[in-house]
Design a binder for this molecule. Structure first.
Ligand code: FE
Length: 339
């Protein structure tokens, strides 16, 4: 009672003071995406809406741990990460909440968001085969499955099984082919490694350019980044060609960066507004131009770099499955000796 009177009194006295309005208009974002790859968009959002975005960046697993330990007291309103597998982990950890938004439903296809609407994909990445243009011909390639073939003995570079992108790729293979076949496949892959897995996707692409291996499996935006980096990286990237796997079948494996509103969100309305902004045409175009990712939203124009790789059919597997099958994928790669 006293509290209410006091609040009302403060509100009346405070009328006209900009501090009152400003304090409410903010949103707190925990982002596993590097600052350079999100901040310009957040600034645009603030310019447009007047809502201030407080950005905390960190590794996905560390941010998730932090959310869990902060519990209801967490200042975070949104968690943003760069893989559906990690978004699923956050959901399983119980730190997200469902969001209803007609704008998000309209912009983002159902298979790029969580069935229970606890997270939404915001940019699309394709994990493809890249080959040395002077040592491999496109017609030698077809599917991820075919990479286990003997003709690729000691010719493939791919990063370790601890990498979530590989875990998600293997999850998609399990969804399509079942455990048993994929374990045989993973053993074949390991036999075909040119070297023990090490480094990131860019390192695999560089290894192809340097002749260490003839094929790499990597996300296309890394190649896009190299094509726009220093002369040395450009030269390496130009030795390598994108091949879209599984075009005759289910389509190329894709994944998303995405975000969900936290269970503890104190600024839920602003959080939903920010997600809607990130799914808007202008933001979708920005991802495709700045980070060489694909829009999740259909009909958004892409850059010349992306156009040069040609159009492709993407696997329409619900990305929730990548998270659900993740533990199985990890165990399977371990059994196959994929380090
Ligand atoms: Fe990445």
């Amino acid at each position: 009672m006293y509290k209410k009177v006091l609040t009302n009194a403060l509100l009346i006295c405070g009328l006209g003071l900009p501090l009152v309005a400003q304090a409410a208009e903010e949103v707190n974002l925990y982002s596993a995406r590097k600052e350079a790859l999100i901040k310009p968009l957040l600034d645009q959002f603030t310019d447009k809406t007047g809502i201030k975005v407080n950005l905390v960046t960190g590794k996905a697993d560390a941010l998730l741990k932090r959310l869990q330990s902060e519990g209801d007291n967490s200042p975070a309103d949104i968690l943003l990460t760069t893989d559906a597998g990690r978004l699923h982990r956050a959901k399983e950890a119980g730190v997200l909440q469902a969001v209803e938004s007609d704008a998000l439903d309209a912009a983002i296809p159902a298979h790029y968001r969580d069935d229970a609407k606890e997270w939404y994909g915001l940019s699309l990445r394709a994990r493809v085969i890249m080959y040395a243009k002077d040592r491999v011909k496109a017609d030698e390639l077809s599917t991820y499955e075919a990479l286990q073939g003997e003709q690729w003995r000691k010719r493939i570079c791919i990063r370790s099984s601890s990498n979530i992108y590989n875990q998600s790729l293997v999850s998609s293979l399990i969804a399509a082919n079942g455990d048993e076949k994929v374990e045989t496949w993973a053993k074949g892959m390991v036999a075909n490694f040119a070297k023990p897995p090490a480094g990131g996707d860019r390192d695999q692409i560089k290894a192809v350019a340097a002749g260490v291996c003839d094929i790499a499996v990597a996300n296309t935006y890394y190649l896009g980044g190299m094509l726009h980096a220093d002369a040395k990286q450009q030269a390496a990237a130009q030795q390598v060609v994108v091949f879209w796997p599984n075009q005759e079948g289910r389509g190329t494996h894709v994944n998303v960066s995405g975000a969900g509103v936290t269970k503890s969100a104190k600024n839920k309305d602003n959080a939903v507004k920010l997600l809607e902004f990130l799914a808007s045409d202008e933001s979708q175009k920005w991802y495709a131009e700045t980070n060489h990712e694909f829009p999740v939203k259909a009909g958004v124009a892409v850059s010349d770099t992306l156009k040069a790789w040609g159009e492709f059919k993407a696997d329409t597997l619900s990305l929730s499955k990548l998270g659900e099958l993740n533990p199985e994928a990890v165990r399977l790669m371990d059994r196959a000796g994929w380090r």
